[in-house]
Design a protein around this ligand. Structure first.
Ligand code: NAP
Length: 297
């Protein structure tokens, strides 16, 4: 039987590269920026027409949340052009609904008034009022994809054992711990982590079962303080040196409160039921990463 042809955008990125590494059962097409630029409509069409994929998984995005904040409201800025116009370019060139958009819990505000963890059925906001600009661009991209009959897979703080090019959430904190530059960690901010190996497994399940809709892949909820203290302790470090702080005290000093969602996170019950999968708890994710070589060096 011939392998399913899957075009993967952003295949060199933190998450996409692991999917391509793990999912051996597909014929991958991995066009890379700048030969494949999502913001260039004719180039996107040319690559899709020439390669004729059966599925597209769109990992490519403007992912720098702080830089995106500097473009707030600017629909000619790169964050909007890549994350929204880029998705529209993909959809114009690909009439099929076999397209999966990788998204984020930041399409929701994570606020006290509208707290997570959010379920697959929860309605996303229709205004950008309580979102980051990055979150709003990803929110609008979801709307385009779902309007086309495509699929959304939301993830949050994706983590893996090894990736040199960009530090994930755990590696960023572990580096600060070993460098001695760790700041106090929030003990009242609600987060989840997505084990990228499980994200890859979820994508394979969606493709292999021709599923559509909204899916979530992540652990149960924790806090930055609990997560990093546990990880350092499991790695043999002295976690008692890590200090905690309240996100509410921090927010009182911040002009841009939307930048720091307090109650984020995603529920996965419906995804696990529909795809017959079981996602690890955050503690198990850490243990599995340590088994794969995560360390304090
Ligand atoms: N990392 C997170 O914390 C997180 C959390 C939730 C959801 N997500 C979502 O997960 C997906 C993957 O994230 P990631 O962390 O793996 O991202 P990443 O490491 O920053 O990789 C992004 C990829 O997109 C490519 N890209 C950027 N602009 C492009 C353009 N105009 N045309 C074509 N390709 C372009 C990049 O290519 P170059 O390297 O050449 O620029 C890179 O391969 C994204 O959709 C992101 O929104 C990420």
């Amino acid at each position: 039987m011939s392998k399913i042809k899957v075009l993967v955008t952003g295949a060199s990125g933190l998450v996409g590269s692991r999917f391509v590494e793990l999912a051996k059962n597909y014929q991958f097409i991995t066009p890379e920026y700048p030969d494949f630029d999502l913001t260039n409509e004719s180039l996107v069409k040319k690559v899709i027409d020439e390669t004729n994929p059966e599925w597209i998984v769109n990992f490519a995005a403007f992912t720098d949340v702080n830089a995106a904040e500097g473009q707030m409201g600017d629909e000619s800025g790169l964050a909007w052009k890549v994350n929204v116009e880029g998705v529209k370019n993909l959809l114009k060139a690909f009439p099929s609904n076999k397209i999966i958009q990788i998204s984020t819990d930041m399409v929701f505000p994570g606020s006290i008034e509208h707290p997570g963890p959010y379920s697959e059925n929860d309605k996303t906001p229709d205004t950008k009022d309580n979102l980051t600009w990055y979150g709003w661009t990803k929110n609008r991209a979801e709307k385009e994809i779902l309007g086309h009959g495509g699929t959304v897979l939301r993830i949050i703080y994706p983590v893996r054992a090894h990736y040199e090019q960009k530090l994930d959430y755990l590696h960023t904190s572990l580096k600060k711990f070993t460098d001695g530059t760790m700041y106090p960690l929030f003990n009242d901010q609600q987060i989840c982590i997505s084990f990228i190996d499980e994200v890859a497994q979820t994508l394979q399940k969606i493709i292999d079962t021709d599923s559509t809709g909204i899916f979530h892949c992540c652990s149960d909820t924790t806090t930055p303080f609990e997560l990093i203290s546990f990880t350092v302790d499991q790695l043999g470090g002295d976690a008692s040196t890590i200090k905690s702080a309240s996100i509410f005290d921090f927010l009182a000093t911040q002009a841009n409160k939307n930048r720091y969602p307090v109650y984020g996170g995603l529920k996965t019950v419906k995804t696990e039921e529909k795809l017959d999968l079981h996602f690890s708890t955050w503690q198990t994710v850490v243990e599995k990463l340590i088994g794969q070589g995560l360390s304090l060096k």
